[in-house]
Design a protein around this ligand. Structure first.
Ligand code: AHR
Length: 491
């Protein structure tokens, strides 16, 4: 039996809904075929955006979407993607598969997609190969309300009124694909570029600096030391990679017990990394004004056999669902510092929430986790402590139960639990301080750890009602099946 002690009166930070964001890059079939098919496609669409994808994202209340990259962002020149479609420049996407990028999906299309979904745009500017002028003009183009060269160009392209843009990234992975910079150099560049990203009219930018990868604490320390007062957010990237090198990352679908537990063990490392980066940020920003923006996270396996290696297309199993569930519990628990997180990536790339093939759509097990966790959006994290055993196969062991708990404005508690065991169900007792539960209900996602959805069997893994919840003597008792994720609503 595992035990979770909860004190709803010990309120902690607000869990920003933006922890449940997604990332979409011009990579493989994420944008083209994934979310954008063009107005003339036989696939049902509104202004070129896939209706099935838009509806699925509305269901999980997608709060924020990052675009256009990733590594692509530091090679992207936004002026190539505006104006009449016929006139748009064609270029080679050198990072991802060497395919032709026809720029038919650009600024107007991205912002139209966000409008349809009802999410906030998060735009990542090009610092690596662009100019200060180019980045500055992009912000002017999107947000200036009045007479200016960029506002006029925007109007000529059919958008009279400016958009509201809050989240703006100043470069991506500038320690690597974004220019191979040293942290000192990047920090100075960030200070220079951000100077010219103006707040026009009522628009207020939230400027995000390029942060570290994994445990690169030197990067965090240096960039915070030099540039903290100039930024609102610092990005952080962490991928769960289990292979010995990038050419042998293991299969998304076929894995041993050892690989299963190694995946979870590696995924949980993000807790330690967030903790340590936050401590460094505390030195320069004790008020926690600067948000840690986990704008790329998730599993990264070998591509599916027969697919373009540059397209990063991988299937998605219950193992991925558990990675998502445990990671999101970690983000909730660090919501005093983590202000946004964006899983990589939204459609058809890496740990995707959706997969498409022609006119077909599959909701992955990871998608269903975002569905189960949506009540945490903007709720308040409350104290919870998990007592549970450790499990594993081989050297890498993990705690069996992962959890986080929030309370909403009506005083309703939502607890999200994951049982990481591949073989054993677990009884979980929830104990409360200063609160007596009257009723509890739940939804659960469960299956074998290798279960997945595909185009012929889209509902192998789906959410069910969680049966057998008991409220007794001021406690709640639940039976978590092996390899499962649940959401409990407790009143
Ligand atoms: O998500 C794929 C790539 O991973 C991104 O383009 C890059 O930022 C990261 O290295």
């Amino acid at each position: 039996m595992s035990r979770i002690t909860i004190n709803p009166n010990e309120k902690k930070s607000t869990i920003s809904r933006n922890l449940y964001g997604n990332f979409s890059e011009h990579l493989g079939r994420c944008i083209y075929n994934g979310l954008f098919v063009g107005k003339d496609s036989p696939i049902p669409n509104v202004n070129g955006m896939r209706t099935d994808v838009v509806e699925a994202l509305k269901n999980i209340r997608l709060p924020v979407l990052r675009w256009p990259g990733g590594c692509f962002a530091d090679e992207y020149h936004w002026k190539d993607g505006i104006g009449p479609q016929e006139g748009r420049k064609r270029m080679v996407n050198t990072h991802w598969g060497g395919v032709v990028e026809d720029n038919s999906f650009g600024t107007h299309e991205f912002l139209e997609f966000c409008r349809q979904v009802g999410c906030e745009p998060y735009i990542n500017g090009n610092l690596g190969s662009g100019t200060v002028q180019e980045m500055s003009e992009w912000v002017e183009y999107m947000t200036f309300d009045g007479i200016s060269p960029m506002a006029q160009l925007r109007a000529e392209n059919g958008q009279e009124k400016p958009w509201k843009i809050k989240y703006f990234g100043v470069g991506n992975e500038n320690w690597g694909c974004g220019g191979n910079m040293r942290p000192e150099y990047y920090a100075d560049e960030f200070r220079r570029y951000q100077t010219y990203l103006r707040n026009y009219g009522g628009n207020r930018l939230y400027k995000i600096a390029c942060g570290p990868n994994n445990d690169d604490y030197t990067w965090t320390d240096t960039v915070m030391k030099i540039a903290a007062p100039y930024m609102d957010g610092l990005s952080f990237h962490y991928y769960t990679v289990i292979g010995p090198d990038w050419d042998h990352k293991g299969s998304a679908l076929h894995f041993s017990r050892e690989e299963y537990y190694r995946t979870l063990f590696k995924a949980l490392k993000i807790d330690e990394y967030i903790e340590n980066h936050s401590k460094i940020m505390d030195r320069y920003d004790p008020e926690k004004r600067v948000g840690l923006i986990v704008d790329e996270w998730g599993t990264w396996f070998d591509v599916e056999p027969g697919t373009n290696p540059g397209f990063l297309y991988q299937q998605n199993t219950m193992r991925d669902a558990l990675v998502a569930a445990a990671s999101l519990n970690i983000f909730n628990r660090h919501s005093d510092r983590v202000a946004m997180a964006n899983i990589a990536q939204m459609v058809n790339v890496l740990q995707a929430v959706l997969l498409t093939e022609g006119d077909k759509l599959v909701k992955t097990p990871t998608y269903h986790v975002f569905d189960l966790y949506r009540e945490h959006h903007d709720a308040t994290l409350v104290y919870s402590h998990v007592e549970t055993g450790t499990i594993g196969a081989g050297k890498e062991e993990v705690p069996q139960i992962s959890a986080s708990v929030s309370v909403n404005e009506e005083g309703v508690l939502h607890a999200t639990l994951a049982n990481l065991s591949d073989t054993d169900g677990e009884e979980v007792e929830l104990l409360f301080a200063g609160f007596t539960p009257a009723a509890a209900e739940g939804r659960v996602l469960a299956g074998k750890c290798s279960d997945f959805n595909d185009f012929d069997h889209p509902d192998t893994v789906q959410i069910h009602k969680l049966e057998g919840i008991r409220v007794q003597d001021g406690r709640v008792f639940v039976s978590m099946p092996a390899c499962s994720v649940a959401e409990l609503t407790i009143r």
